[in-house]
Write a protein that binds this ligand. Structure first.
Ligand SMILES: [Zn+2]
Length: 414
């Protein structure tokens, strides 16, 4: 068992976070480091240089995922993985993703400084395109690695300027020679900011993440009829926006019926023709539901489409509803979760068990590798926002728990 007297360096961790945040820094204090751009390339290069300075071997796979390896004492052991992502939203914050990668680097630096040789090798990962904001597909690198998306399909995805993922990888020189496919690994640990308000609200330092929620996503189109706002009486109206509004109201109700664990959102709405004196003839919008319990999502997926159709048809309009995907809840590995729990307890941090509300690379990695996540609070629960902010001591606590869990796993008795 690793001693708890081994400490990461909080100042070095913070300085490196701030150094990474310079790459793609925005005037409002955030970060714009879109995946597979020149800015992303600069972030990757700084990360590589830091890893190589520690003697780590960096390899890149066919989707640009980076793995920085530190050998263990026993070459027959599978590596323990840790990491997150360095790409950001267009108006993202300094810590979403970067915290997990830079804290992983600090774990490696601490092992290096203290001259600790773990039994198993350790590999620090930077997953490509977690955010999905450039090519419209989140968790792209970890999803391709986990075999959830075919490489061929992912290579063909294009950004708004028509640049494909394949060309973007080539242009920054990060289409690596290693296959984007799962390899045997002993565990994966990811530290991430919570991106929600729960830890802050309850004054907890560490979230012990037990899994991720089930989700179902839809694209909806309501078809009514464009008509003159001044001349069309109620009996002749087929107002697509009114029909959509009834669905939006229903999504919110279905969420609230499920208490504090419920999630239901319409986040996107396109009204056509979007003219103030035309009754809207068509509305396209998104719908999504999330819940920690698979049964709740399966129940919604079974009943919501028919219910929505009935609401729309009562207004004289029609509904096309396409289910985009349904992801089951992903429980994390109990033994890995326990290492997080024990690490935090030994260090005396206040903790809370939590289910991840957001998608993370860890969710796809968990399909192949025993996985756990660590959450730390973020100010006002704000993320995907340039104002995203955390305190240096919060980053340090998360990093120290990451260190404890990774080292304990890498030295466990087999
Ligand atoms: Zn993230």
């Amino acid at each position: 068992m690793s001693g708890t007297n081994q400490r990461i360096d909080p100042k070095r961790l913070w300085d490196s976070l701030m150094s990474m945040a310079e790459i793609g820094a925005t005037p409002k204090g955030g970060v714009k480091r879109l995946t597979l751009t020149e800015v992303d390339k600069a972030g990757r290069q700084r990360f590589s240089a830091w890893c190589e300075a520690l003697g780590l071997t960096v390899r890149v796979d066919a989707i640009g995922n980076m793995f920085a390896r530190r050998e263990g004492r026993d070459p027959s052991r599978k590596p323990v993985l840790l990491g997150s992502h360095l790409d950001s939203q267009p108006s993202g914050g300094k810590f979403d993703g970067a915290l997990g990668v830079i804290a992983g680097l600090e774990v490696m630096r601490t092992l290096h400084d203290l001259n600790i040789q773990t039994e198993a090798p350790i590999e620090l990962v930077n997953w490509t395109d977690e955010e999905g904001s450039r090519f419209g597909h989140s968790l792209m690198g970890s999803g391709a690695w986990a075999g959830i998306y075919s490489l061929e399909k992912v290579y063909g995805l294009k950004d708004v300027e028509g640049v494909s993922v394949s060309d973007a990888l080539d242009s920054i020189g990060y289409k690596g020679s290693h296959p984007a496919a799962p390899f045997p690994a002993d565990a994966y640990f990811e530290l991430h900011i919570e991106q929600g308000p729960i830890l802050e609200r309850e004054g907890k330092q560490i979230g012990v993440v037990t899994g991720a929620q089930a989700q179902v996503w839809y694209d909806a189109t309501v078809i009514g009829q464009d008509s003159h706002a001044g001349t069309t009486p109620p009996s002749a109206r087929r107002d697509a926006l009114v029909a959509a509004a009834r669905i939006i109201e229903r999504v919110d109700t279905l969420m609230r019926e499920r208490g504090e664990d419920g999630r239901g959102t319409v986040g996107q709405l396109h009204v056509l023709p979007n003219s103030r004196n035309v009754v809207p003839g068509e509305v396209r919008f998104s719908v999504e539901f999330r819940h920690p319990d698979d049964a709740q999502i399966e129940g919604l997926a079974a009943t919501f489409p028919a219910e929505a159709k009935a609401l729309v048809e009562a207004t004289g309009c029609s509904l096309q509803l396409e289910e985009l995907f349904r992801i089951p809840a992903q429980p994390f590995d109990p033994s890995c979760v326990d290492l997080v729990r024990q690490g935090a307890a030994r260090l005396g941090y206040s903790t809370r068990e939590i289910v991840s509300g957001a998608g993370h690379d860890a969710v796809y990695v968990a399909r192949h590798v025993p996985t756990a996540m660590i959450f730390t609070p973020c100010k006002d629960g704000l993320s995907h926002n340039e104002a995203e902010s955390i305190l240096p001591e919060e980053a340090a606590a998360g990093c120290q728990v990451l260190f404890e869990a990774v080292v304990a796993r890498a030295n466990r008795a087999l």
